[in-house]
Design a protein around this ligand. Structure first.
Ligand code: SF4
Length: 206
């Protein structure tokens, strides 16, 4: 069968934009986002459902995309989705690093990792837990919280790391007005965690 992705040299690109990272450890820092289509995880609160079907998005050459990023002042690229580990990410990460730009990955960890990354943010989903390797290599654990039951999931995920990563709890946006106060109280009694508030939504930027 023809590999339309040419081993990761081409990827279904949903959108790309230069903005400020709104979530987790790098919140507030400038970053160029590359959103790749294709995800079979099916989170019920997913705010990027347009990303689920890869075939709706045009294939883009990773060389062309990263050459464009390199013409901007961006010093970090965040690869997100969709679920980027669906694909061979080695050509993309190689191209990013060739331009001396930091390569950051946002993933649920659903599939084995490819490529080399300066920063991995693991955002595990209950219905398809991460590949075990991510508990050794992720720099940041970011768990989306929709209700109190998700806190148990977050704690179980944190326990699986050998070395403690940066730990974030992030209110699911459609319920943030209810969940945020609950997380503030939870973090006061469980101070290993920090809150991640989707700063970009408060700033009204992409
Ligand atoms: Fe949406 Fe991400 Fe869940 Fe996929 S893993 S369904 S893109 S929130």
């Amino acid at each position: 069968m023809t590999d339309v992705f040419e081993g990761g040299e081409k990827l279904p690109l949903i959108e790309e934009f230069y903005t400020l990272q709104g979530e987790g450890f790098h919140a507030g820092s400038a970053a160029y986002f590359i959103r790749i289509g294709g995800c079979d995880i099916g989170c019920r609160w997913c705010d990027t459902r347009i990303s689920w079907r890869a075939d709706l998005h045009s294939l883009a050459s990773v060389t062309d995309v990263i050459a464009k990023v390199a013409s901007t002042p961006a010093r970090a690229i965040v690869v997100t989705g969709g679920e980027p580990t669906t694909y061979n990410l080695a050509p993309l990460s190689r191209e990013i690093r060739k331009h001396n730009i930091k390569a950051f990955l946002e993933t649920s960890g659903a599939y084995p990792l490819t490529g080399e990354w300066d920063w991995i943010c693991l955002s595990p989903k209950k219905q398809q837990l991460p590949q075990p390797e991510f508990y050794d290599i992720a720099h940041e654990l970011k768990v989306i919280i929709q209700d109190e039951a998700d806190l148990e999931h977050a704690e179980r995920q944190a326990e699986l790391f050998r070395n403690t990563p940066h730990l974030y709890l992030q209110p699911e946006w459609s319920r943030h007005q209810t969940v945020t106060p609950m997380l503030v109280e939870y973090i006061k009694t469980h101070p290993k965690w920090k809150i991640s508030v989707q700063l970009h939504k408060y700033l009204n930027i992409p």
